[in-house]
Design a protein around this ligand. Structure first.
Ligand code: ISE
Length: 334
């Protein structure tokens, strides 16, 4: 029997998730949508052809026809909505961040443990990207020996207006914090942030350079440039004892045209990580069917949020900030 999905939030990411479900994910069906802007929800419901519009998020979560919930509403609503899903005993895939504060993430972790069942997956979709999976595999099998450094580049074409210098770290950088921790298989122990001068094209925000140090001493450099102009560009190179492994450009073809030789660059993350978003959905549905959790857990969401909070402190103070260790509860053992 199909898992019946209710979607909260019909903006950019909600529409993308709905399109994935509409294109067909075995064992899943979108049955209900909700958005603060009812007209937007109605437009998406009409596109999907299978979903009804529900007036508010609480009713959608409680709806007897909804088996599982997808949250793509604004960030401050994430934690309260996830807590409501936990109270209803329904599996939930929540867009990152899990909460807009570390305490909000902690509350979700505690509620999930109290309920005794893993129900929360956080939408850190990069974990499902084939390139990152190959990097993870390389670390896990020690094919190139132990990792020493990881270099990450995260460039947006032109970030939306609400992305200020702190959001460059908290909104964009948090993806790097999660994927780096996932690739290395360990938590971070310290973070330093150096801000570049703002681009004259976008004087209200600074590109940021983060240096993260893992518990075992692996150094991770993260460049985040919010207004790179030429496109959306995510790069990663892992330097190990016996060689390096990097993400290749995502398009499957190279182009020689008009005096240029190279790869096209995507406009934003929806195209760059299209395969990852689809795999994330497929594996989330699989995890509900089998009861074996997939992707980033609430604990991972909490760890990413703690790292982001420390990075923001490092940015504000100009100091290297030590991140205290926290032992992962057995409940979240892989
Ligand atoms: C955005 O919110 C995302 O989640 C994208 O994946 C990221 O690349 C972008 O920088 C963020 O602003």
């Amino acid at each position: 029997m199909d898992i019946k999905i209710g979607l909260i939030g019909c903006g950019v990411m909600g529409a993308d998730h709905a399109a994935i479900l509409h294109a067909g994910v075995a064992g899943a069906r979108l049955v209900a949508v909700q958005d603060a802007d009812r007209a937007r929800a109605e437009a998406l419901a009409a596109l999907s052809g299978t979903a009804v519009v529900i007036g508010n998020a609480t009713d959608l979560i409680a709806h007897t026809d909804v088996d599982a919930v997808l949250i793509a509403a604004p960030d401050p609503t994430h934690a309260p909505l996830v807590l409501a899903c936990l109270a209803a005993g329904k599996p939930v895939l929540c867009e990152k961040p899990l909460a807009d504060t570390a305490q909000g993430c902690r509350d979700v972790v505690e509620a999930e443990i109290a309920g005794g069942k893993r129900l929360v997956q956080v939408g850190f979709m990069r974990r499902f990207d084939p390139g990152y999976r190959a990097l993870r595999q390389c670390v896990a099998t020690e094919r190139l020996g132990a990792p020493l450094m990881l270099h990450c580049i995260h460039r947006n074409k032109i970030a939306p207006d609400y992305i200020t210098s702190d959001q460059v770290i908290a909104n964009s950088g948090v993806h790097e914090m999660d994927i780096a921790r996932h690739l290395l298989g360990e938590d971070f122990a310290a973070v330093t942030v150096i801000s570049a001068c703002p681009s004259r094209l976008m004087p209200n925000r600074q590109p940021q350079l983060l240096i993260l140090e893992s518990a075992s001493g692996v150094v991770v450099s993260v460049e985040i440039t919010p207004d790179a102009q030429y496109g959306y560009d995510v790069q990663g190179e892992l330097v190990c004892e016996g060689g390096t492994i990097s993400l290749a450009p995502a398009p499957p073809v190279a182009l020689r045209h008009a005096g240029m030789d190279g790869f096209t660059v995507e406009a934003d993350w929806r195209q760059r990580f299209a395969e990852a978003y689809r795999a994330q959905m497929v594996e989330w549905i699989g995890s509900i069917q089998t009861g074996h959790p997939a992707g980033a857990s609430a604990w991972d969401g909490y760890m990413a949020s703690r790292t982001a909070v420390s990075a923001l402190e490092a940015w504000r103070t100009g100091q290297r900030v030590v991140i205290s260790t926290e032992v992962r509860p057995d409940f979240y053992a892989p």
